[in-house]
Design a protein around this ligand. Structure first.
Ligand SMILES: N[C@H](CCC[C@H](N)C(=O)O)C(=O)O
Length: 287
């Protein structure tokens, strides 16, 4: 089976994009396709697969699958790439439009230079803070902020935020000393998160700047995580490190995002989206 694809990335968080406006894939094949295209040795190499599809409730729709074949509900870097693809391929004809995700609709605005979308601003909507809606097991309280969370004899304090997908945020003194590889996978698969969780370590640099690293649910360490960066800013405000309504520079391994949690409760994200390569993937898994 020959599959036309476009590889794109947001700050090095890369996905293989399929345009389902002019190509069809069976739902039952998507998980295994995500695993195969993500494989850097036998596939194309990426953090997962993203489908761009027609939508009845928004201008375009997207679905995101992680490297392990699991489906996520939202993807900040992915939304910016979908917006770039949709505008540059005339799937939309306005610079501001809506994108359907499994977590609901978001609104994107593309910033164009010489017909090329360089950056995208996304209104990622409101964060979800209620424990049961993260979801996280335990007494259902309005928000989980600096709660004791022991992992493998490490006494940590967790702040939990959902951007439609779950995030566990831990503040550290020095991001370079964060136990990302040791504790990331343990926390991501911890029983206290019934659906798993994305794990972020955050170093507060100032009241408008943070350093950030991430172990993504279903993909492991990635260069960037857009929803994670949004969740990290929300957590920083909840913990009094950053005032609300501040334009925060989030330094991720792959580059910077500018994020603001505004008084009306919405989280805004601005950052780059880039196209790496287009091509045709010969997929011959015996399905
Ligand atoms: N691993 C995430 C999906 C990708 C999110 C990330 N790549 C982003 O940019 O937000 C999850 O399972 O919830």
């Amino acid at each position: 089976m020959k599959i036309p694809f476009t590889k794109m990335h947001g700050l090095g968080n890369s996905y293989i994009f399929l345009n389902l406006f002019n190509f069809e894939m069976e739902d039952k094949d998507l998980s295994s396709l995500a695993i195969d295209v993500s494989n850097v040795n036998t596939g194309i190499g990426s953090d997962g697969l993203i489908l761009i599809h027609p939508s009845k409730q928004a201008d375009v729709g997207m679905r995101i699958f992680n490297k392990d074949g699991s489906e996520g509900k939202n993807c900040g870097n992915g939304v910016r790439c979908v917006a770039k693809f949709a505008f540059e391929n005339d799937l939309v004809n306005e610079k501001i439009f809506t994108v359907e995700t499994k977590a609901g609709n978001v609104t994107a605005e593309v910033h164009v230079v010489n017909k090329v979308v360089e950056e995208v601003t996304v209104d990622m909507g409101k964060p979800i803070l209620k424990r049961s809606e993260i979801p996280m097991v335990g007494e259902d309280i309005p928000q989980v902020v600096m709660e004791n969370f022991e992992v493998s004899h490490h006494p940590l304090q967790i702040t939990a935020v959902s951007m439609g997908n779950p995030h566990a945020i831990f503040f550290v003194e020095n991001i370079d000393e964060a136990p990302l590889f040791e504790l990331g996978p343990m926390i991501s698969n911890d029983q206290r998160f019934p659906e798993g969780v994305n794990v972020e370590f955050v170093e507060v640099v100032s009241n408008k700047e943070i350093n950030f690293s991430v172990w993504e649910r279903g993909s492991g360490v990635t260069q960037a995580c857009g929803t994670g960066a949004c969740a990290a800013v929300v957590a920083s405000v909840l913990n009094g490190h950053i005032p609300k309504n501040t334009s925060v520079v989030v330094h991720l391994s792959g580059g910077d995002l500018t994020i603001k949690w505004t008084e009306d409760g919405h989280v805004w994200m601005r950052g780059k989206a880039e196209t790496t390569v287009t091509g045709e993937f010969k997929w011959n898994r015996n399905i």
